[in-house]
Design a binder for this molecule. Structure first.
Ligand code: UN1
Length: 502
């Protein structure tokens, strides 16, 4: 193996509240383990309602000071954080691979995406543009400006344990909000590293608080705490619906980034080599555990047989192993035993509905793989668009091939799920490409590229059950983490009545 991360003995991770590292108040511990080997990486105490209360109160106390810190100064702290991330990129990537399994090259990409977002938001310290517009009355000034909401709860997933927290924390912070950060309990270590970096970069105490622990009770306490103004959540559609309902009843802003069932369409005029590279990368990269992962290939009947044969051959060649073994591993483990069981159950579900396993299909347990949670890269064929394997998010290295007879049919199939995150088309026909760009009902569309790999300077998110109408990243993120304030200044010295003067 290519060298373990630095912490050979298990660490004990703590919460970060009001500028201090403190153990959660409860007694129950949870474990952070390497999904490739089962090794213990760290332990932490499960946070509860009391820890949430302390974190939210600290964030509230810090809110005024941070709101009144000039935005360019806030941005400078983010720049410094970006520099630290860059310097620590390799160690962060190694810890990430150990903690959640993605191969090292992808872990480096995850850290890089965090760096990109941090620098991008740092620049917003000197932007955050509002409008100055003409007023309809003489001697009157009209303008709009962004204001922070107050306290942001950031609830983040394990699949991008560094990048996704930065998508939430950086815009929240540069816009002047304070934060309570609750990372997935599978990846507390990378969350601790991110907090360390931001504090080292100069964030004042109380501005960022961290509570560690698994889901339901902790999440509900955070979402329903009256001191939290905005909840930003990335995870499953089921949890998102729950959080949305809980926050909605309290009239909180809730931004949800949820599931996907992303498709790659391959037309009969496509460059098949290119399409295969995109399919393999999008379906099996990160072991299929991206919300943007391709889990459906929609193949035009003119090339379907050839494409399937070649995809099956490529999938069979992929080597499973620990992500730290750069020379010998193409695909790492999935995150946990329960994830492995869920992913594998879809093979049976597919077969019972009439699909055929053309590659993979098994839990991999040869030799050292038995210690981790490995699933063979799997290709299902004879899949019809309405089967469960073609409709439900599997979140693992399983892809279904569906045959179609026209672009119109392909678009219908792309749009036939409850999700709407990402999709792509491989074609050399510019007219087909533009029709697809227009008609695909997803938040992200790719032409002649796979479904993964969104860049942070554009909005990220999806339609239908993929979210609740918000977008992360790019300029769009600013709208999530700020309120608009419209300001009128009348310097006429007399009562002027809008809409009522001649
Ligand atoms: C996710 O899986 O939740 O576009 C995020 C991509 C990455 C982000 C994925 N930049 O695949």
């Amino acid at each position: 193996m290519g060298g373990l991360a630095t912490n050979v003995t298990a660490l004990h991770l703590r919460n970060f509240i009001d500028g201090a590292w403190v153990d959660a108040t409860g007694n129950d511990a949870f474990e952070d383990t390497d999904p490739a080997t089962g090794e213990l990486i760290a332990t932490a105490t499960k946070s509860g309602v009391e820890d949430v209360r302390q974190a939210v109160e600290a964030a509230r106390r810090a809110a005024d000071g941070w709101r009144l810190t000039p935005a360019p100064r806030r941005g400078e702290i983010l720049y410094r954080a970006g520099e630290l991330m860059l310097r620590r990129k390799e160690e962060l990537a190694r810890e990430m691979t150990r903690e959640m399994g993605k191969i090292l090259a992808e872990a480096r990409g995850d850290v890089q995406e965090g760096i990109d977002m941090t620098y991008y938001c740092a620049g917003e310290g000197r932007r955050q543009f509002g409008d100055v517009v003409p007023a309809e009355l003489p001697d009157k000034w009209a303008m709009s400006m962004r204001q922070p909401l107050g306290v942001v709860a950031a609830i983040t997933p394990w699949n991008f344990p560094f990048a996704i927290p930065t998508w939430k924390l950086m815009p929240a912070l540069v816009l002047g909000n304070t934060v309570v950060f609750k990372p997935a309990s599978d990846t507390p270590l990378l969350a601790v590293r991110l907090v360390e970096i931001l504090m080292e970069a100069g964030l004042p105490k109380g501005v960022l608080n961290l509570v560690l622990g698994p889901g339901a009770v902790l999440g509900d306490a955070l979402v329903s705490h009256p001191g939290v103004d905005l909840v930003s959540f990335t995870g499953s559609s089921e949890t998102g619906a729950h959080i949305g309902a809980l926050g909605g009843r309290l009239l909180k802003r809730v931004s949800c980034e949820l599931g996907g069932k992303n498709a790659i369409v391959v037309m009969d005029d496509a460059d098949l080599d290119l399409a295969l590279d995109g399919i393999v990368w999008s379906a099996f990269g990160t072991s299929g555990q991206r919300c943007t992962a391709a889990s459906r290939v929609i193949a035009d009947r003119g090339i379907a047989a050839q494409l399937t044969d070649r995809l099956v051959a490529r999938a069979k060649k992929l080597r499973l192993g620990p992500g730290l073994d750069e020379q010998n591993t193409d695909v790492g483990p999935v995150i946990s035993r329960s994830a492995l069981e869920k992913v594998h159950s879809y093979v049976g579900i597919g077969e019972r509905e009439g699909a055929t396993v053309a590659a993979g299909g098994r839990v991999a347990s040869e030799g050292a793989l038995a210690k981790g949670f490995f699933h063979e890269p799997t290709v299902l064929v004879d899949v019809k668009p309405n089967m469960r394997v073609a409709q439900e998010e599997i979140f693992g290295p399983v892809v279904s091939v569906i045959e179609t007879a026209s672009l119109e049919e392909a678009v219908r199939v792309v749009n036939s799920t409850k999700y709407g995150l990402s999709c792509s088309i491989y074609t050399r026909d510019v007219n087909d490409a533009f029709r697809f760009m227009r008609d695909a009902e997803t938040g992200l569309v790719y032409v002649n590229a796979g479904t993964i790999g969104a860049e942070i300077q554009l909005p990220f998110g999806g339609t239908k059950s993929t979210g609740n109408g918000h977008r992360e990243a790019g300029r769009a993120a600013l709208d999530v983490y700020s309120e608009w304030k419209s300001i009128y200044v009348d310097f006429s010295g007399k009562l002027q009545r809008a809409q009522m003067e001649p």
